[in-house]
Design a protein around this ligand. Structure first.
Ligand code: GDP
Length: 296
């Protein structure tokens, strides 16, 4: 099944219900816009985002000239498509920020796929001929360190760890120092998973950030959690200033709300999407392609 099946089907039927001969008007767009609005809400896009989206589509459609040879239907679909791309962050780069080494700090709630994403990102970068070091700072769960070490051997990337007796800040500092000394291109710092937004762990993240000056701080969120994922990105961004998000589990039957809401709700881009459990199931996030998938 394709990504966002339900959303795609609902949008396509919204487009079919458009009955305009010559020109898009407030009148003939009323029904279709209502259907688009409903489709987005059902996909779990947050209400304020949907409202702004619909308003923009309507404004642009009403300002259109009648174009020779272009049906109002085609124009309407084009506007929705353009606005979907805008919504997901057309402007600006989704690339990782530069640095030598690049230091990527990874945060996330437990179970979202953060550790897996560290391994996938390491594999992704290695494939692009970067040397990579992963750093294990989740000293609260020895199993988390083991898991990262296992993933490291799977993707053939070394993992720096100092067990559970050294502070996360110190481990991160030493890991990044080692990478600098050895001329390693990218350091991926895995941080403590957390059950919920937790003050102590947020402070720890701020301290690690202050100690190692990451070039990217990415929050890993689960696409299955819809608009909740977007508000988590906002919450973390308010407290630690993220550079972006990684959206995992896009291969599941997520409805699209997270992909469509993160940028608008948090102001930060999705940089990568996870599309499976395997180590090669990570792709850069391309809003244009995503909009194309959604519109079928
Ligand atoms: P963490 O607690 O955030 O570190 O989560 P893990 O990395 O341990 O992942 C939790 C579960 O989600 C594991 O079973 C992973 O295999 C699975 N998982 C992670 N990313 C993806 C993904 O993109 N798609 C799917 N289907 N499963 C994923």
């Amino acid at each position: 099944s394709a990504m966002f099946d339900t959303l795609s089907a609902s949008l396509s039927s919204a487009f079919k219900s458009l009955n305009a001969d010559a020109k898009l008007t407030a009148e003939n767009m009323k029904g279709p816009l209502r259907d688009v609005r409903r489709a987005l809400l059902e996909a779990d896009v947050s209400l304020p985002v949907v409202r702004r989206f619909i308003k923009k589509v309507e404004e642009r459609a009403l300002g259109l000239e009648v174009l020779e040879g272009v049906t109002p239907q085609v124009q309407f679909v084009k506007i929705v498509s353009d606005e979907l791309v805008q919504l997901m962050g057309a402007e600006g780069s989704k690339d990782l920020n530069p640095g030598q080494p690049q230091v990527i700090l990874m945060a996330g709630l437990q179970g979202v796929g953060k550790t897996t994403a560290c391994g996938k990102l390491a594999a992704f970068l290695k494939k692009r001929r970067k040397s990579v070091l992963m750093v294990a700072t989740d000293v609260y769960r020895p199993a988390a360190i083991d898991q990262l070490v296992k993933l490291g051997s799977k993707v053939d990337v070394p993992v720096f760890e100092l067990g559970t007796a050294v502070s996360p800040v110190e481990i991160a500092r030493q890991g990044v120092a080692k990478a600098k000394a050895e001329g390693i291109d990218v350091v991926i710092v895995d941080t403590a998973g957390r059950l919920q937004v937790d003050e102590n762990l947020m402070a720890e993240l701020q301290n690690i950030k202050a100690a190692v000056h990451p070039t990217d701080t990415l929050l890993v969120v689960d696409a299955m959690t819809g608009q909740e994922a977007a508000s988590l990105v906002k919450t973390f961004n308010d407290q630690v200033d993220l550079s972006g998000a990684i959206l995992t589990k896009m291969d599941g039957d997520s409805r699209g709300g997270a992909a469509l809401s993160v940028r608008e709700v948090s102001g930060k881009p999705i940089k990568f999407v996870g599309t499976g459990e395997k180590m090669d199931a990570l792709e850069p996030f391309y809003p244009e392609r995503m909009a194309q998938r959604i519109l079928g």
